[in-house]
Design a protein around this ligand. Structure first.
Ligand code: PRT
Ligand code: ZN
Length: 225
């Protein structure tokens, strides 16, 4: 008889827009989550599973490297981080399923004073974004060459500060764009939270549990339609 020694690990955002819904999904899938001794790790008391609570940006790498077996992260973060480490080429985390929450769109936006008639209007312009890889690919596919300025936050203030002529940022309600006098243009990328899994095998004896957790999460997601 094989004895289970290791534990599965699920990476979730510690705090932020996906944190609460990620925990809800885990709980709805039947996992009883209890706080551990430290803030980084929550334990599941009815299965050998831990939740690793981290910055969302770290989740794809943890899952790709097999530090975590599963993760819940925005597709935008997954896409932007693909093959961040060239030595890991081919070892990306893979998407198991979309989760139906955290929906947003990465959009180009500019002040109304910019005579915008499509991505071609941005030829030679400066565009501020936190998603340079996704934006560069989008522009390249359309034969547009622009100067991409990377900002980690407050992207929406860039045009006002004359740091950039346009921005490419996540939008959900559109209130931030409006408050900053920006007009939404093309959608560059559609995103929502996704469940991702590691290319690495789980610790011995845990494959069945991993499969059943995925199955239950799928059940929860489909019941939420
Ligand atoms: O601390 P950590 O690094 O973990 O969190 P974070 O600050 O990087 O991310 P967080 O918590 O803000 O967002 C986590 C994920 O939620 C994102 O990666 C997206 O997948 C998803 N998401 C959904 C959003 C939004 N909606 C969203 N509206 N992420 C960010 N925004 C921001 C946007 O950047 C802009 O500043 O909200 C503003 C626009 O919102 P509206 O409603 O005014 O249009
Ligand atoms: Zn982040």
């Amino acid at each position: 008889m094989s004895t289970v020694q290791g534990r599965l690990r699920i990476a979730v955002q510690k705090s932020g827009r996906l944190a609460e819904r990620s925990l809800d999904l885990v709980r709805d899938a039947g996992l009883r989550v209890v706080k551990g001794n430290n803030d980084l790790l929550y334990k599941v008391e009815n299965y050998p599973i831990d939740l690793l609570r981290v910055r969302d940006d770290d989740i794809p790498t943890f899952v790709a490297d097999g530090v975590c077996d599963l993760g819940i992260v925005g597709e935008n973060v997954l896409e932007e981080g693909k093959n961040a480490n060239p030595s890991q080429e081919g070892a990306n985390a893979s998407v198991v399923m979309p989760l139906g929450f955290g929906k947003c769109t990465l959009k180009l936006a500019c002040p109304p004073t910019l005579d915008y008639a499509g991505p071609g209007s941005l030829e030679g312009a400066r565009i501020a974004t936190s998603y340079p890889k996704i934006l560069r690919r989008y522009l390249e596919e359309r034969g547009v060459s622009a100067d991409i300025v990377v900002m980690r936050g407050a992207v929406e203030v860039a045009p006002r500060l004359k740091l950039a002529a346009a921005i490419c940022d996540l939008v959900s309600t559109g209130a931030t764009l409006e408050a900053n006098g920006l007009v939404a243009q093309e959608t560059v990328f559609e995103s929502q939270a996704v469940l991702i899994r590691s290319p690495a095998a789980p610790e011995p004896g845990l494959q069945h549990l991993l499969d059943s957790i995925i199955e239950r999460m799928a059940g929860v997601v489909s019941s939420q339609g």
